[in-house]
Write a protein that binds this ligand. Structure first.
Ligand code: BV8
Length: 259
């Protein structure tokens, strides 16, 4: 296909999608680390990925934490410092604008960085929790399920539970841990929609990636926005391969273009 044909096909797809988005439809969105890449936050499995030096099993499991809480906390403390000096990018802001404009809008993120909330999206479903929340490792009776702590840098590592003075852990869901039941229920409910976007995710981690399939089975028009092909690319109705911030901006331009 010539460059002109590729450009024309992309333009046509963007216009058709913008037309769909103008209708009063139910929109659900699943984001992954790729939406934060433009903010300078490394993804998990990319070239500069967070997993570059360690395997996920070395850092994002309860066993890894219990074996070496200092190593795991140093990784999270490093990520917190990267995030706190980063800003939401155009992709986060376009989605925040949609969350205000679209009546039925739901955003589920696998990211723990909090950038969707900082861009102004309310009611974000944090599928894997938040790097800004801590939990008591021993679930002591005095402590809540989790508490907010955005101290950067920590006074000491590992941080402790303020209630029992035992070990604190990051308020995130690790491999081998079940997704919070209410979070999972809300997310599955959000797959009952008219249009479902998967943006910046490698579609490898389940049950998050299964949400795309679930939306498709529920009859949603499914769209992927990603720089690379993923296991979901052949499943979705429309795949845009490019940076999320660019593609979202192009869609938004068509949505706000004077008719
Ligand atoms: C569970 C913690 C039950 C916080 C993370 C089938 C069903 C159910 C479970 C499983 C299953 N098969 C296997 C499992 C087990 C496991 C799993 O999925 N393993 C994988 C590796 C095969 N799942 C679990 O353990 C889950 N729990 O199912 O409970 C259970 C209980 C006991 C035993 C078994 C099951 C819990 C998973 C949660 C793990 N925690 N994070 C943190 O530290 O962040 S997951 C981790 O990966 C991140 O949180 C991230 O959200 C997630 C997914 O990664 P992505 O966000 O997609 O990021 P990635 O780097 O991979 O990809 C980025 C993409 O963006 C790329 O495609 C890239 O091309 C693209 N990109 C880059 N730049 C851009 C871009 N796109 C657009 N624009 C750009 N600019």
């Amino acid at each position: 296909m010539s460059l002109r044909e590729v450009t024309s096909e992309l333009d046509g797809n963007l216009n058709r999608l913008a037309e769909k988005l103008r209708s009063n439809l139910r929109i659900s969105i699943l984001t992954g680390a790729g939406i934060s890449a433009a903010s300078g936050i490394p993804t998990f499995r990319g070239q500069e990925g967070l997993w570059k030096k360690y395997r996920p099993e070395d850092l994002a499991t309860l066993d890894a934490f219990d074996t070496n809480p200092v190593l795991v906390w140093k990784w999270y403390a490093w990520r917190r410092e990267r995030i706190v000096t980063s800003q939401p990018n155009r992709g986060h802001h376009v989605l925040a604008t949609w969350s205000e404009r679209i009546n039925s809008f739901c955003l589920i993120t696998q990211n723990v960085d909090g950038l969707h909330e900082r861009a102004g999206t309310h009611g974000v479903i944090r599928f894997h929790g938040s790097i800004w929340e801590l939990q008591c490792r021993n679930k002591c009776p005095e402590s809540p399920d989790s508490w907010w702590d955005d101290t950067v840098p920590f006074r000491s590592i590992p941080p402790t539970c303020p209630y029992c003075h035992g070990l604190a852990r990051p308020g995130v869901t690790w491999f081998g841990e079940s997704i919070d039941h209410e979070i999972l229920r809300q997310s599955l409910s959000a797959t009952d929609c008219d249009i479902f976007f998967a943006i910046g995710t490698s579609a490898i981690v389940n049950p998050a990636a299964n949400l795309i399939r679930q939306a498709k089975q529920n009859g949603a028009f499914t769209i992927e926005i990603n720089v690379d092909a993923t296991p979901a690319s052949d499943l979705v109705d429309l795949a845009f391969h490019g940076p999320a911030a660019t593609i979202l901006e192009q869609i938004e331009q068509r949505l706000t273009r004077c008719p």
